[in-house]
Design a protein around this ligand. Structure first.
Ligand code: FES
Length: 145
């Protein structure tokens, strides 16, 4: 049911934890399952994501997708981080069962929320970044399985 990569990231999650004095912090939840994700970003003056950590009260698929998502945005620019969609994360994990696709949205939305927080704190606008949702189940219907 789950790929080896999903099992690996679930059993050995990368970048779990938190960053003190993070440049941006984003928290999102899914009202349907009650799971919550928080992402911490450390962004340097050149706009490069130097470090990223996540904390979750979520299912195994949420842990695995967040672990992979943090690996994909680490060391990247803000613009590159915006390209890390839940689809890209799922591809990097060799797929997820259809009923677990919504779990991968937690990581994507939490990264966007953390970038939004960073932009607000610094009084800047990040092109292509929309105001994050606090509840991802609002747009689950839009997901194409
Ligand atoms: Fe809620 Fe996976 S079941 S995030």
């Amino acid at each position: 049911m789950y790929s080896e990569k999903v099992m690996d990231h679930f059993q050995n999650p990368r970048n779990m934890g938190e960053i003190e004095d993070a440049s941006g912090v984003g928290t999102v939840g899914n009202a349907k399952c009650g799971d919550i994700m928080r992402i911490f970003l450390d962004i340097d003056e050149d706009g490069i994501i130097r470090d990223v950590k996540f904390k979750t009260f979520g299912c195994g698929a949420a842990v695995a997708t967040s672990s992979m998502a943090t690996e994909l945005v680490k060391g990247k620019s803000i613009r590159e981080a915006l390209q890390v969609t839940n689809k890209a994360v799922m591809e990097a994990l060799d797929g997820l069962p259809p009923v677990k696709v919504h779990c991968s949205l937690l990581a994507e939305e939490a990264i966007h929320a953390a970038l939004w927080d960073y932009a607000e704190k610094n009084g800047i606008t990040i092109e292509g970044l929309e105001k994050p949702k606090s509840d991802i189940s609002e747009h689950e219907e839009e997901i194409v399985y």
